[in-house]
Design a binder for this molecule. Structure first.
Ligand code: ZN
Length: 86
């Protein structure tokens, strides 16, 4: 497997709208889905995005405010840090 470089959470967050719009390149889409398979935090995030889109009936204009994005990435770091320490 892992034919492509691993996509970090940060990149996934940045590409999520393109993924949902179906405008990602084939390679990035595969990397995206590969990351999703391994990262339940990003699966949760994708689910939340889908719910937001469903509620709005479209992709949000301002995809993700920067402060939300940095909170999210901080949360990812916390999850990973906790995962490393038993
Ligand atoms: Zn992730």
């Amino acid at each position: 497997m892992a034919a492509y470089p691993e996509m970090p959470c940060q990149e996934l967050v940045e590409l999520i709208t393109e993924y949902l719009e179906g405008t990602l390149s084939e390679v990035d889409r595969l990397r995206f889905e590969q990351h999703l398979a391994d990262c339940r935090h990003c699966r949760t995030y994708l689910l939340q995005m889908r719910q937001t889109i469903h509620a709005l009936g479209k992709l949000p204009e301002e995809t993700i405010p920067d402060e939300v994005k940095s909170e999210l990435l901080q949360a990812f770091r916390d999850w990973k840090a906790r995962g490393r320490q038993p």
